[in-house]
Design a protein around this ligand. Sequence first.
Ligand code: SF4
Ligand code: SF4
Length: 255
Amino acid sequence: MNSTDELYDKIKILARSLGIVDIGIADAKLWNTDPLVSSRIKTTGRPESILPTAKSVIVIGIPIQRAIIETAPSISYANAYKNINTMLDQITERISLELNILGYDSIYIPRDGYHGIEGLKDSPSAFFSHRHAAYLAGLGTFGMNNVILTEKYGPRIRFSSVITTAELPYDSPMTKELCIKCKKCTKVCPVSAVSDQMYPSKITKKELCIDFAAELAKKGISPCGACIRVCPVGLDRDSPIPTDEAKELIQSYVK
Ligand code: SF4
Ligand code: SF4
């Protein structure tokens, strides 16, 4: 086993001890060479602009339980969304600190690199895209809803990233397209924000989604999540979901 494999094993063991099983490594150079990513991500949002000698980007994912997303938008989903973001920040920070201890510079990127919904209204994109990092790390492919779909959870998984100078064994972007173009996400969107064409030829109208999220936030049930709730992709489609009565009860809890 070479030293890059050994280092990756250490990172995976740490991540597993913190509850992470979905992990991938992207080659930092791909931000400049991958046709999809280099055409969408500005130079300022690439790993080497954040950490000049970056070699790898470690991407981890935490799934949203299907029983929770089935109630979205709801107080249950709003709570899970917030908790998963916090967990991702804590775990990427731990991984980053471990890399520092092992002698490698590293920076963990905040899960949501913007200041709340009001911040998103001013600037609808975060300074670093975890979605594009997850794609380059081979964890999934883009769906029509502009979210990364994975084989296990469809779009019901949130990602976060650590940029590091450590060389690690890189994963490759998936070649198999997971989106089946059923357009369920397009049809369910209450504000017609999701295009009926594939990313990146058309992109979701983020400003409409953000305005809707701001409305839901007044009731304590933001974000919406409908376009990831209905997506038929993912082995988690077989997992148990709440009864209609339980869903109604959960959805009745608003501010
Ligand atoms: S989260 Fe809701 S509002 Fe936003 S794009 Fe998806 S379905 Fe539309
Ligand atoms: S709901 Fe259908 S069209 Fe939308 S991302 Fe999922 S598979 Fe693709």
